[in-house]
Design a binder for this molecule. Sequence first.
Ligand code: DC
Length: 225
Amino acid sequence: MDKINVALDGPAGAGKSTVARMVAHKLGYIYVDTGAMYRAVTWKALQSGLDITDESSVRDCVERMHLVLHPGETGQQVIVDGENITTFIRSSEVNQAVSQISQIPSVRQRLVQMQKQMAANKGVVMDGRDIGTSVLPDAEVKVFLTANPRVRAERRYAELEQPEMTLEELEEEIKRRDDIDRNREVSPLREAEDAYHLDSSEMSLQEVVDAVLELCMDRVGGGAE
Ligand code: DC
């Protein structure tokens, strides 16, 4: 059975990563969380003490750093310059700075190039903001997954082991990031015209996964088991 690529876009906390991971697992595909790549660059820039508004030093940083993603049963592992930073990229420092870093054109260029390479042989479920519109415009299945900001904040909150902020603060941060992601000049968060719009506010995780799998089955002729 021919493999396809699946693009899953949407705002922060819509459940993209969990859905993408479960769909990839079911199809035996590779799951790529592109948000983790922007987070990895952000972590590296902060760790190196860079001024994150200084584009040229961030560009040098992204060009020098060695970023590897390992698919794993418990989720994607992120390795930078030999160090596993999977847990560090979810810190509130990284949360605060990642939108700024992901606006830098040279950062996007480098990461999008890597993302295209990862999907070149098909069989990839990739989640992000610009996958259906600019990374994989030819993806066979495109889904735009959303949910209202409160529901998204509640889901993110439940995932945090040691919440460093209140639910209300998290909701505000999500709205702030939505705003930056939607309004930035380079690859803003935008729904592809041919994407399937899925509002998960009132859906269970399994219902969302089943809906995405059904779209995939339609494209591969029901043989992706
Ligand atoms: O999905 P996430 O919250 O882990 O993403 C972190 C940030 O990275 C988010 O603020 C937007 C940015 N991002 C992006 O600009 N393009 C992508 N393809 C994925 C994430």
